[in-house]
Design a protein around this ligand. Sequence first.
Ligand code: BDP
Length: 566
Amino acid sequence: MLYPINNTKRVAISLNGLWNFECVKVDYSPKTPLKNPLLIGVPASYNELFTEASIRDYVGLVCYERLIYIPQLSNASEYRIRIGAAGHIAKIYLDGVFVYEHNGHFLPIDFMIPERFIKKGKARLSVVLDNRLSFSTLPIGETFDKNSKLIQSINHDFANETGIHRDVYLYTLPSMPIRDVFIKTKGHEEEAIVFYEIVTDAITILSEVISPSGEIIAKGTGKSGQLFILNPVLWDIGKGNLYTFRIQTEIDLYEEAFGIRDIEIKGTEFLLNGKPVYFKGFGMHEDHIILGKASNSALNIRDFNLLKWINANSFRTSHYPYAEQMYELADKFGFLVIDEIPAVGLNFWSSREVFKEGTVDNRTLETHKAQLTELIERDKNHPSVVMISVANEANTYENGSLPYFEQVFAHIRSITDLPITIVENVGAKDNKVAQLADVIGLNRYAGWYTDFSDTSVIFDQLTDQLNQYYQKFKKPMILTEFGADTIAGLHKLPAVAFSEEFQVEFLKEYQAVLKTLPYVIGEHVWNFADFLTKQGLTRFDGNKKGVFTRDRQPKMAAHWLKEQWK
Ligand code: BDP
């Protein structure tokens, strides 16, 4: 699936901006326009925009609605709508008629506008979103009725904010369009091969590779082939060298950026263009003041400038696929991305064949596999994506976890040759699954959730836990999470938990261990920035483990990390 673009053959019209909005009943169907709509901004989470707690905390169905006008363009043969992300389950209606359904909060919704609406030239577009978590959604969760109000049991640590979260486009395709392109590269500084495969019914196909400096350096014809490039400029950390793959048919035109880079796991090393990489960076969240989980260019640029400033080279899209623009920026800035699916906190596997309420089972597995397919379809050509994470903190000590993850790994390996990781928090001894991964991610909170505020336990405990993993699985490892909640502006000497001084001392202890263990190929501090999560006794206006505040200003630890990562 290709991103909507504007060029001489295609038109993409933004449908962002003001929409009508209403919280609606669970059996709602938009036969008639909304009766008492509120105005809402798109993209944004609805949870942060109003003054009533009843909307902020609303669980159930909401309807977004607006009129769309469909221009009649001579070159357009197909009209489609693409919503970058909205969730969890989205049902789309035009003039009250159901046209499309999608399950997956963090992946695109893309559907064709039926002919009769194009003839009419306009339609009422209704996007009905259902944020009820279940064992068929990712993340999983449960929804209960409490005194006629829906409430959720959430097994993950970020707010279940909902809304149309990414850009919405009405876009056109010419007849026999270029539907997709798969680009793979292999090579080194002397020579590279670009393998391509184009999905289209067009007959005459011309492909061109354009170098980062703008010259056409290779040409091909047909739907698939290999192009040789002499002395390529490689894509690398901090070097977002991007080539363009231009496809022209008799009626269509599309340009896709790609990079030439090689990745390989050799023993305990992760090699990028033949050189070992040490991952420095963060687990992040798409989370912003007012916008909630929506993506915004200005805020995305700010995040990348901070990542660059702090000398990071990578991040994990914890705990879900981010907006396309984050990958586009990672491609351009030269950042490594571990691309994660929202399989967070999977637990309680059903030991039976039949569905059992309150268990992860075949319903979850089907959603998990379908979203991995959509993730690879979306992100396959980004040079920045160097690893896929299939889950975060699943209960991989439970018996049902192995057969479940055998299927997840078989599926992901059938659709990509990228290295696969799983992010763990169970001890090595009890882990039944980690042998399936190429790289093991481990989240650790010694001195915080255990032995609270005692940093002296960190060195020995962490050394021991990582060594146990390595001895059992013999895989390269990344410390994918370690961090302490820190209130910006709280200073204490000597340090106490929650102070900025404590965060530095805490991170320092972890880093000291990592330097001694050769199989550890990276450190991702938890978290890049403070973020919103459900209310709880251990959460003071959100999770405060950010090295930056929620409005993206540095805490003391940011200055310290910048020095360490120089
Ligand atoms: C880890 C989770 C992460 C949480 C973090 C924390 O992977 O999502 O936010 O703990 O508690 O277990 O801060």
